[in-house]
Design a protein around this ligand. Structure first.
Ligand code: GLU
Length: 274
């Protein structure tokens, strides 16, 4: 190989290595330092899950357990308290849903997501998940006047579920494991308000998702079926390649679980501590 060719090849290789390191968050400026320099922490949260994360329509503020957890983590990253992080508006919230939250973490538009995101073995291959901060189970909400009182009554009926959620798979697993004969069909929706509306309009016969999420849509005209399955744990989700940030999140969540802070945040937001 001619000398100039060798030099060019080496140059391309060096550039590729530098780019690779930067992409992995392993360059001189780490992922956490980059957030500190920016001065605000970008967090994806739900806007429509009461007690967990609900956007106040009057003020535009996000309120709930997961938002408080975001302030705690932002404080840790920036070296201030959770209260200071909140008062100084150090968290830039972005509304996410089950479909958008993963891609937003992957493309770096948010630093992490705290959005009723269930930890699964498949998802763990793509993302970092913190230790579990909440455990929930799937439920089914039906209209009072639907004549549906039991899971077997769902035969031939339509169950509405959220796109990219665990809800359909968990139903099928439960059905298989418990010899349930009912054969419902499934219809996917992008958001929970759309699902609630479809149920109210009888376009679907049941609305299924985690019980915590369903609680927000329980009203006088609908009821929970007496069934609880698919226990699942929620974790803070961050980019797997940003190992420094992932470690900081994981350690902080574990500390909060151990020292009772997590329970206190739950209670503060009206969630039952088991
Ligand atoms: N928690 C479930 C999941 O992660 C339901 C979907 C959702 O969180 O919106 O799949």
């Amino acid at each position: 190989m001619k000398n100039w060719m060798r030099m060019m090849a080496a140059g391309v290789l060096t550039a590729a290595m530098v780019m690779g390191l930067t992409a992995c968050g392993g360059g001189s400026k780490s992922g956490v330092d980059a957030i500190k320099d920016r001065g605000v922490v970008k967090v994806g949260v739900k806007a429509d899950v009461p007690k967990f994360s609900l956007q106040n329509t009057a003020t535009g503020e996000y309120e709930g357990f997961e938002d408080d957890l975001a302030y705690a983590l932002a404080g840790k990253i920036l070296g201030i308290s959770a209260d200071e992080a909140k008062a100084q508006k150090k968290v830039e919230f972005q509304a996410v849903n089950a479909k958008t939250r993963g891609p937003l973490v992957e493309n770096g538009e948010v630093d992490f997501v705290i959005a009723t995101f269930t930890i699964t073995p498949e998802r763990k291959e793509t993302y970092n998940f913190s230790p579990a901060y909440y455990t929930d189970a799937v439920g089914l909400l039906v209209n009072n006047d639907s004549g549906i009182d039991d899971i077997e009554d769902l035969d031939g009926k339509i169950i509405g579920v959220s796109q990219s959620s665990t809800s359909k798979d968990e139903f099928l697993k439960y059905k298989e494991a418990n010899g349930i004969a009912a054969e419902p069909t499934f219809q996917e929706f992008a958001t929970y308000p759309e699902l609630a509306q479809a149920l109210a309009a009888n376009q679907i016969d049941a609305f299924s998702v985690d019980r915590a999420i369903l609680e927000g849509y329980k009203n006088d005209t609908n009821k929970f079926l007496d069934v609880r399955y698919g226990e699942q744990e929620y974790g803070v989700c961050s980019n797997k390649e940003n190992t420094e940030l992932a470690e900081l999140i994981n350690t902080t969540v574990q500390e909060m679980l151990d020292n009772g802070e997590m329970d206190a945040l739950m209670e503060q937001n009206g969630l039952t501590v088991e």
